[in-house]
Design a protein around this ligand. Structure first.
Ligand code: MG7
Ligand code: MG
Length: 308
């Protein structure tokens, strides 16, 4: 009997017990979560891969006073109003029209998809038409209301320290995340790989197009990762996944992984706490749901256990 391992198996129980007693933690099936964690702990860090959403997952949903913060697209909404009030208004109208559709529990994914394509398409069209330069975008990011969740930079540092690949799979804008991480952390950690929408720049450093295929909330799956095949092949030995997201569209982000191991899904629920139907939905899709938690403390504990 490997005493070292037993010690860890023991602490999975202790961790789950202490988590279950917290009001902001919901676990639908503790036994299945414990089983996944035991498998992951036994396989260790060399088998581990983390796949995370960015907007409102690695980044914070609301500030201390409860005001909603920005997504990576929101960086443009926020700043457009300063440089071009008309454009600012157009972005606001888009967001007010489409955000409620994205999170409407009464619509199916199929019903939502055409609206999401229209939102992203129009928004990207505005960004390209405006001809913003790379330097302007860096300035927008600096002045934006994108904020990391408490403990997110420490969590990214621990992953980098032990060499765990972190795939940031985002329907936001990858360059904005890159610029943001460079501004906050000094550089993009070496273990980070992006799957996201990328702004393409012309020879004058002006935004001129977006990368294809378009990634919106409800296509974060096999349809957009074809061109990532070589990356996923490179990390093929890593068959155990910790997945983090805040949307129902995030739960299949592990489809590119060549794997036979488990995926432990950690969901951040930023919605209405009295909306039991939505919460049930999240609990059915995610192994553990963190309700209005502005920190990365729980993922950090889970990562520490599994990676050691
Ligand atoms: N999201 C998607 N689009 C926009 C936009 O034009 N403005 C703002 N403020 N937010 C947008 O990371 C994906 C998230 O980004 C948001 C086109 C969506 O709510 C989506 O969940
Ligand atoms: Mg998100």
């Amino acid at each position: 009997i490997d005493l070292e391992k037993l010690k860890y198996v023991d602490s999975i129980g202790v961790l789950l017990e202490s988590l279950s007693s917290l009001p902001q933690v919901r676990i639908a099936d503790p036994a299945s979560m414990a089983a996944k964690m035991r498998q992951m702990v036994a396989a260790g860090n060399k088998k581990l891969l983390v796949i995370s959403d960015f907007d409102f997952t690695l980044s914070r949903y609301a500030n201390e006073s409860g005001e909603r913060l920005s997504t990576t697209h929101g960086v443009f909404d926020d700043n457009a109003a300063r440089v071009d009030p008309e454009l600012g208004k157009k972005f606001d109208e888009l967001r007010m029209k489409y955000y409620p559709i994205e999170f409407d529990p009464k619509l199916t994914v199929e019903e939502k998809i055409p609206h999401m394509e229209a939102w992203w398409g129009t928004s990207h069209g505005y960004i390209v038409q405006s001809g913003f330069t790379r330097a302007m975008i860096e300035d927008f990011v600096r002045k934006s209301r994108v904020v990391l969740r408490d403990g997110a930079s420490e969590l990214m540092q621990s992953m980098e320290a032990v060499g765990t690949p972190l795939v940031i799979f985002s329907a936001g804008i990858g360059n904005v995340i890159e610029i943001f991480l460079r501004q906050k952390l000094g550089s993009v950690p070496r273990n980070v790989h992006f799957i996201s929408n990328m702004i393409l720049f012309d020879s004058n450093d002006k935004a001129c197009a977006f990368s294809e295929p378009l990634i919106h909330t409800f296509c974060k799956n096999s349809s957009v990762i074809q061109k990532e095949a070589s990356f996923f092949h490179q990390i093929a030995g890593r068959s155990n996944v910790i997945l983090m997201g805040d949307s129902m569209g995030d739960i299949h982000m592990d489809v590119g992984v060549e794997k036979d191991g488990p995926t432990l899904r950690i969901g951040f629920y930023n919605g209405d706490v009295n909306d039991e139907a939505s919460l049930d939905h999240y609990m059915a899709a995610y192994d553990i749901v963190l309700v209005h938690d502005s920190t990365m403390n729980v993922p950090q504990r889970i990562f520490d256990l599994v990676s050691k």
